[in-house]
Design a binder for this molecule. Sequence first.
Ligand code: GZL
Length: 323
Amino acid sequence: MKTTLSLLAATALAFCWGANTTYAADHMTVGFSQIGSESGWRAAETTVTKREAEKRHINLKFSDAQQKQENQIRAIRSFIAQGVDAILVAPVVETGWDAVLQEAKDAKIPVVLLDRNIRTEKKDLYLTAVTSDQVHEGKVAGDWLVKAVGSKACNVVELQGTTGSSPAINRKKGFDEAISAAKNIKIIRSQTGDFTRAKGKEVMESFIKAENGGKGICAVYAHNDDMMIGAIQAMKEAGLKPGKDILTISIDAVPDIFKAMAAGEANATVELTPDMAGPAFDALAAYKAKGTMPKPWIQTESKLYTAKDDPMKVYESKKDLGY
Ligand code: GZL
């Protein structure tokens, strides 16, 4: 009895979302509202999304929002007006999406969130979210640092991602949880570097200046590798030895962090796959063709890499992943 009911519910939901059982999964027209090109990882995600669309004969309409939510909302409205079959969104911040996603829902256009999440009280504003577990990423980073410093007193400076974005909120949460029991580890400064190399360098320069030329800093935690690469530049210019005097832990696992590891200038990173679009397109195809409702969250893996993991070999392998 229960199965029939849930099947009925799924079909009803599928119907209200415009799933058409005879729809050919191929040749969908999909609008993609991408945040921007703020980091090496973001650029790779865009490359992989375009590649995966081509593989599936999907007509992809791409919009780069230059990291502005108002540009994303404008792009989504334009996709709705064009009557696309589905919309992918990488939401730059967590809030402010209810109205535009309700418009997509009213137009029976399914929306899939890529790599970041939204915060909303409303139900069913999107079909599924393809993201990593960002709290877990922060925890893996914190656990590595706890192990790396042992009982030594360690003052940490933190480069946060874009203010109000789910990765910045969650990666901070996970890291804070991981170090909470280690009384010898303390975050002494924390500021957003907006996920970019330039801002990461600028903020790290201010941390070094404020901390007696960097002598008071034992480790840097950056919410992405690009800010860490900027911070490494700043440390070297200040005559410091990143990876040696000052430990580094960041997230994404972009190629350049492995080059830094090979040069002894970085210590560890947590991998984030740039392929969020593959699982998103597969879920959309099954939904459009058969009305299959995907899980609300399609989680991607997170893996720790350190300088002990043959960094140049990993660097070379990244070429096939869209970098
Ligand atoms: C995380 C993703 C983040 C990357 C950054 O899922 O949204 O955005 O970690 C990018 O490199 O700017």
